[in-house]
Design a protein around this ligand. Structure first.
Ligand code: KIV
Ligand code: NA
Length: 264
């Protein structure tokens, strides 16, 4: 199957075909999601709180994310490999954003990068887009700004809807090839999606977006505990792994494993 590229995502929008995107942080999940036909394989900075044991995305560094990007890029045959720029690695200047994005492409093998923010990061988006680096924007609730936003809450309600529309237009005008919208009222997200030529990818933004993204450990039930309302659980991997690990533990301790067929 042909490699997914940014212009193909735009054609999908024009044809009314939906775009699928999942987070992915290692080789075996990359191979499975790629085989399943997931269009965008996304190494989110959510690796912080899904792989590396941090509580939020704020502490994770470029050096910590790069090996995960490399693992996915080496494995994926079809999906677009998209790397997240972590907090503090792009906000200071367009030059800083360019330097960081180049590392993700040269050292990580990413095909595109994503960053959070609206008009305030337009110079960064423009710098990348005009220098050969496809960039996806991320508006609405932006986890790297959770302390400024006052925690996890829906963005763009009421009067704030206009600001969100402007943020989306600023990102398109700056050259973004797509926009993630996180925790945005469904009607506002649908309205933005209709106005834009570039695809929108929703997470907690309703069915009116051009595509959907979820964190895979949430969607497939590896993580347990309280989930955001926008998560749909497609599998119970926690349960599957827990059963397998318990059975292994029991068989080791009883001597049932290894059997003669596992022994040289
Ligand atoms: O890092 C992440 O997981 C994200 C979301 C859009 C899924 O940015
Ligand atoms: Na992210």
């Amino acid at each position: 199957r042909k490699r997914v590229r940014t212009h193909y995502l735009r054609e999908m929008k024009q044809r009314g075909e939906k775009i699928s995107m999942l987070t992915v942080y290692d080789m075996h999940t990359a191979a499975v999601f790629d085989e399943a036909g997931i269009d965008v394989l996304f190494i989110g900075d959510s690796a912080a709180n899904n792989v590396l044991g941090y509580e939020t995305t704020i502490p994770v560094t470029v050096d910590e994310l790069l090996p995960l990007v490399r693992a996915v890029a080496r494995t994926a045959r079809r999906g677009l490999v998209l790397a997240d720029l972590p907090f503090g690695s792009y906000q200071a200047s367009p030059e800083q954003a360019f330097h960081t994005a180049v590392r993700f492409m040269k050292e990580g093998g990413a095909h595109a990068v994503k960053l959070e923010g609206g008009a305030e990061v337009a110079p960064q988006v423009d710098k990348l887009a005009t220098n050969g680096i496809p960039v996806m924007a991320h508006i609405g609730f932006t986890p790297q700004s959770e302390h400024a936003l006052g925690g996890y809450r829906v963005q763009g309600r009421g009067d704030a809807a206009d600001r969100l529309v402007h943020a989306a237009e600023a990102m398109q005008d700056a050259g973004a090839f797509a926009i993630v919208m996180e925790m945005v009222p469904g009607d506002v997200a649908a309205q933005i999606t209709e106005r834009l030529e570039i695809p929108t990818i929703g997470i907690g933004a309703g069915v009116g977006c051009d595509g959907q993204v979820l964190v895979w450990q949430d969607a497939f039930g590896l993580r347990t505990g309280k989930m955001a309302r926008f998560v749909k659980q497609y599998a119970d991997l926690h349960g599957v792994l827990l059963d397998a690990a318990r059975t292994f533990d029991a068989e080791v301790k009883s001597g049932a494993f290894p059997g003669p067929e596992h022994t040289f």
